[in-house]
Design a protein around this ligand. Structure first.
Ligand code: DC
Length: 233
């Protein structure tokens, strides 16, 4: 916070399960910025679609999802215990329900629907209007805030990412296998990069961070150096 001359937008994009949220959250806490997890928003729409019959046996009824969109109100409320905001869908706490394997398996298809992206991108742009945000996602530096002052593109070895997500889910008591998680990670990479609307790609002016073998502390030291250069540059 001390060396912030003015607030900026920090876009953190990259592959799934490479620690984007953990890292973006840590940056936000360090700078006194607001952290916004846009993946949680796509997950929240997917959860609502699952709960309201727009996804059955893994088949996404796109028209039905679009029809439901107007009924979905997404809000964030800061949770001091987590040091981050919890996501609410129509006023109900959804944080714990959006990170299941069921939601993970359907979210790429839901997030490829143009109307879903249009609605969520508009919300994200509004949230970042006053700057001072660290926004994590797939298209933040390319579509949501192409003029963001600092853009990171995070990546890590798929096997390392699968191992991380597996540990997270097992700790929560989810009965998953490492093979299942690795398959999901690879399938989502492919789906996120090949969708027609806002595919995952590195912005030309993004700085790459491969954290396969870096601790959060090491990443933070690396980031703060970059941040100071940008702010003072
Ligand atoms: O970051 P995550 O794994 O929680 O994101 C969930 C899904 O949402 C991911 O498969 C891709 C999609 N997503 C997206 O399309 N655009 C974003 N800005 C954020 C996430």
């Amino acid at each position: 916070m001390s060396d912030t001359k003015h607030k900026i937008i920090i876009a953190v994009d990259g592959f799934s399960s490479c620690g984007k949220s953990t890292f973006a959250k840590a940056i936000a806490a360090r700078l006194g910025y607001i952290f916004i997890d846009t993946g949680a928003m796509y997950r929240a729409v997917t959860l609502y679609a699952l709960e309201h019959g727009a996804i059955r046996s893994g088949i996404v009824d796109e028209e039905e999802v679009v029809r439901l969109l107007d009924q979905i109100s997404i809000t964030f409320r800061f949770n001091p215990e987590r040091g981050a905001s919890d996501i609410y869908v129509n006023g109900d706490l959804a944080e714990g329900k959006i990170r299941t394997i069921e939601v993970s398996n359907c979210v790429s298809r839901v997030s490829a629907i143009p109307e879903v992206r249009r609605k969520l991108v508009a919300m994200q742009q509004e949230m970042g209007r006053r700057k001072g945000v660290v926004m994590d996602g797939r298209d933040i530096g390319t579509v949501v805030f192409p003029d963001a002052e600092l853009k990171l593109f995070m990546t890590a070895d798929p096997a390392v990412r699968a191992q991380r997500r597996y540990k997270e889910l097992v700790e929560k008591g989810d009965p998953v296998t490492l093979e299942e998680i690795e398959r999901n990670v690879r399938e989502r990479d492919k789906a996120d990069m090949s969708r027609a609307v806002s595919p995952l790609r590195q912005a030309d002016d993004a700085v790459v961070l491969d954290n396969s073998h870096m601790s959060v502390e090491e990443q933070m030291a690396w980031f703060m150096e970059l941040y100071r250069q940008r702010i003072n540059g």
